[in-house]
Design a protein around this ligand. Structure first.
Ligand code: GRG
Ligand code: ZN
Length: 330
């Protein structure tokens, strides 16, 4: 057990939904304050920030409080001529932001605005002969990009644009002796990477590659005495692993292998009870990333009044149902 108990559970407030909704709304106003350091420091990942914010609002049942009329054209303005999207209109295209863009358009029920062939061509151009994917023109290979490719193409109904079997073969090569997965073959298992590999195998219906008991044992060993989960042995607990680990356990039907009450209390103890938002650990500064993944973790555990999130698609279940209906031939 790597962590310490940070707050007795009796001190823990319930989910401060209204404060978090206000926090997400104010995050989107960073974009209007070009003189602020936050503007400069975060611009390259705004597209993902917008996906985290919108998804958090969707799980809270408050998506309509966001200015979707402004967000959709902004997303489209970040697409480049090669079909990929940048983190902002001034940033180069990247697989990460192409997925976030497509996810946002799905959340907003605006997938008809996507030129699916163009996006599919971009994603396919990043697949390597061994089945792996690079994130952009600079050539870094990582299982994150395999998941992004598979999910992005699943959302737009174009998985036929890539060699899915080769992609699965690459993921299988990243499996380690502990049942987990790393970012490339031979790399250490890490909870973030295992999500991308389990997500990829779930999307492609190839979960038989997983050594379920061994792997789920590794996952449940991520819970520390704080109730929170860490990303690998001897590391600190962090709210975002409530998503990276719990999504895998959910996909594999083993959520009950975690002490969910203790994890719920840990996530709730990371809320900013004045300004809203959720941080990585109690008393740290809240950010939009941990706000989303904290709420997403609570959603996986069935926290009251939250909409359900799909552990494979990282989107609300009702959005996934809409996508599947759209992509299923009549
Ligand atoms: C649509 C949900 C969604 C994801 C898209 C980008 C991506 C695909 C997945 C990222 C998976 C990943 C690698 C997450 C880990 C992020 C993280 C907390 C990294 C920190 O790593 P270290 O080594 O932290 O700094 P530890 O906790 O090990 O000390
Ligand atoms: Zn984190």
């Amino acid at each position: 057990m790597a962590g310490q108990v940070s707050k007795p559970s009796t001190d823990v407030p319930p989910l401060l939904a209204e404060k978090h909704a206000e926090y997400v709304r104010s995050f989107s106003k960073i974009w209007e304050s070009t003189d602020k350091i936050e503007f400069v420091a975060t611009e390259h990942f705004w597209m993902s920030g917008m996906y985290w914010g919108l998804s958090a609002m969707a799980l809270l049942g408050r998506l309509e409080d966001m200015d979707l009329q402004a967000i959709v054209p902004w997303v489209l303005s970040c697409q480049h001529s090669n079909g990929g999207f940048g983190g902002s209109s001034r940033n180069d295209p990247h697989m990460l932001y192409t997925l976030s863009a497509v996810q946002i358009l799905a959340l907003c029920d605006q997938l008809d605005l996507v030129d699916a062939d163009k996006v599919a061509n971009y994603v396919a151009s990043l697949q390597q002969p061994n089945g792996s994917f690079v994130g952009d023109q600079w050539g870094e290979v990582d299982t994150r990009f395999t998941y992004c490719a598979l999910l992005c193409l699943s959302v737009i109904g174009r998985t036929s644009a890539i060699d899915v079997n080769a992609a699965v073969h690459f993921i299988a090569q990243c499996k380690n002796f502990d049942g987990g997965f790393g970012c490339t073959p031979g790399n250490e298992s890490h909870a973030g990477q295992v999500f991308t590999c389990i997500g990829s195998l779930s999307l492609t219906d190839k979960l038989q590659v997983v050594d379920r008991d061994l792997f789920c044992w590794w996952l449940c060993e991520r819970q520390t005495s704080s109730g929170g989960l860490n990303g690998r042995p001897e590391k600190l607990q962090d709210v975002c692993y409530s998503w990276w680990c719990m999504s895998c356990l959910s996909i594999l039907g083993r959520l009950h292998w975690i002490d969910q009450k203790a994890l719920t209390n840990f996530i709730l103890s990371c809320q900013d009870d004045e300004d809203g938002g959720i941080s990585d650990r109690p008393d740290d500064m809240a950010d939009i990333y941990h706000t989303f993944f904290g709420i997403a973790g609570l959603s996986l555990m069935g926290y009251p009044d939250l909409k359900a999130i799909d552990p494979t698609w990282a989107l609300p279940c009702e959005v996934v149902a809409r996508i599947k209906a759209r992509n299923t031939p009549a």
